[in-house]
Design a protein around this ligand. Structure first.
Ligand code: DX5
Ligand code: ZN
Length: 226
C-alpha cells in the first residue's frame, strides 16, 4: 500500500501541448519549439467528424511526427469504433492511446487492446459523463483524461465542473499510479488549482501555440504547479 501511494505521489506534473493549435503547415517547427521548451508529451487530437463535429488527422501524421520528435506521443481518439484504428496508431508510433468512454460500449476490451499492442491505455470522459463509468476498469487504465470542454475544437473555455471531477476520479483511482490528465481551456491561471485537484498531465493547445513564445508558457505552467 505504501509503495503504491509513493508511486502516485511521485508522478510528476507533465505539460502536454496539443498540436491542434499548432501551424499544420509548419508542424515540425512548432513541435521542435515545444520540445526545446520543455514539453513532456505531445498531445495529438484525432477527430472523426462523427463522435465530434470536426475532422483532424490520422495515423500518417502520427508516423511523420514520430520521425521528428523524441517526445512521447499521447494520442486522443475522439472517434466512434476506435478499435478499428488503434493498431494503426500504435504502429505509427503512438505511446499512449486514449479512447472515449462514450464511444466504447466494450470499454474494457478497448483498453486491453491498447495494452496488448504495447501502448499505454487511457479513457476520456466528456464533461457530462460521470466518473463512475470507470469503476470496473480501474486496473485496465494507465491514464484518465478529464475533458474540461466538450471536445471538438480548440480555444474553448474551461468548464469549472472539471475541478470536482478530477477529485472524484482521483479518489476512485485510489493509490494506483494512473496519470490524470485534464484537457480543454487549460491556461496558466488554472494550473495550481488543477494540480491541487489531482491532475498530473496538463493538456494545453491555444494557451501554448497561440503565444509568440510557447516555451515561456510551458515554463510558466511548470512554475505554477505546486
Ligand atoms: C478538444 C481537444 C483538446 C484541444 C485543447 O477537443 O481534445 O486537446 O486541443 O485545446 P485548448 O487548450 O485550446 O482548449
Ligand atoms: Zn485532446
Amino acid at each position: 500500500m505504501t509503495g503504491r501511494r509513493l508511486r502516485y505521489k511521485s508522478l510528476m506534473v507533465k505539460i502536454a501541448p496539443s498540436i491542434l493549435s499548432a501551424d499544420f503547415a509548419a508542424l515540425a517547427d512548432d513541435v521542435a519549439r515545444v520540445e526545446a521548451g520543455g514539453a513532456d508529451l505531445l498531445h495529438v487530437d484525432v477527430m472523426d467528424g462523427r463522435f465530434v463535429p470536426n475532422l483532424t488527422i490520422g495515423p500518417v501524421v502520427v508516423e511523420a511526427l514520430r520521425k521528428r520528435t523524441r517526445l512521447p506521443l499521447d494520442v486522443h481518439l475522439m472517434m466512434v469504433e476506435p478499435e478499428r484504428y488503434v493498431a494503426d496508431f500504435v504502429r505509427a508510433g503512438a505511446d499512449m492511446v486514449t479512447v472515449h468512454v462514450e464511444a466504447c460500449p466494450h470499454l474494457q476490451r478497448n483498453l486491453a487492446q491498447i495494452r496488448d499492442l504495447g501502448a499505454r491505455a487511457g479513457a476520456a470522459l466528456n464533461p457530462a459523463t460521470p466518473p463512475d463509468t470507470l469503476a470496473y476498469v480501474l486496473d485496465d487504465l494507465d491514464l484518465v483524461l478529464v475533458m474540461s470542454v466538450n471536445p471538438g475544437f480548440g480555444g474553448q473555455s474551461l468548464i469549472p465542473s472539471a475541478f470536482d471531477k478530477l477529485l472524484r476520479v482521483r479518489a476512485l483511482l485510489g493509490d494506483r499510479p494512473v496519470e490524470l490528465a485534464v484537457d480543454g481551456g487549460v491556461k496558466v491561471e488554472h494550473v495550481r488549482r488543477l494540480v491541487e485537484h489531482g491532475a498530473t498531465v496538463l493538456v494545453a493547445g491555444s494557451a501554448i501555440f497561440g503565444q509568440a513564445d510557447p516555451a515561456s508558457v510551458i515554463a510558466a505552467m511548470r512554475s505554477a504547479a505546486p
